[in-house]
Write a new protein. Sequence first.
Length: 223
Amino acid sequence: MIYLFCTYAEMIGFGVDGVSRLVADAAPFTTLADKYAPWLKLLVGLAGISSIFAVTMNSNNGIVRILYAMGREGLLPRLLAKVHPVHRTPTAAIWLQAAVAVVFTYVVGLISGPFNAYVYLGSVLTLAIIPVYMLTSVACIRHFAGRRSWWRHLVLPVLGILLLLIPVYGQVYPVPAAPLRYFPYLVLIYLVVTAAIAIVLGRTRPAVLSRAGAILATAKSDG
């Protein structure tokens, strides 16, 4: 609801005839504050910094949690399951995540500039996370099959899947400029490769794969 309200505020602030200016603006809320409420500019900046920090921490923690759990279960090198003897934190997983984040941020940033780096990495992340949400909706339908509320466990998940197709469509049509036009296909290749790996694991190490969902959901540190 907050995202919807903020998007609505942007559209009202720029006006229907100002959509092109909104799209081209790197900091639309700062622009709106400068125009309608200059005293809010500092608060807008602080809110932006706070949001970036929160999203970064949340993303890093989630990825580290997954790396640790997969290392503990042998889906990735077991070194990633190493826990600090004092702080009880998965140090190897933290360092790996930090290194990958720094490399991607600085390499993409140096090549394309900071704003384009945000756009490119954000586009890839969005395209990669949408299938996760779709599969979660499918899992909801499957899990509650036969004992579900038709509205909550069938209509809403299907509606969610259909709505998630909208941003995917917007990423491929009209065809965006390079390199954005290639990102959907890179994500598709990634999904195919990971699906193939899952199929192989299911045939060669079914016990490990069957535990993966529960382990990734809990990821308790047992040292």
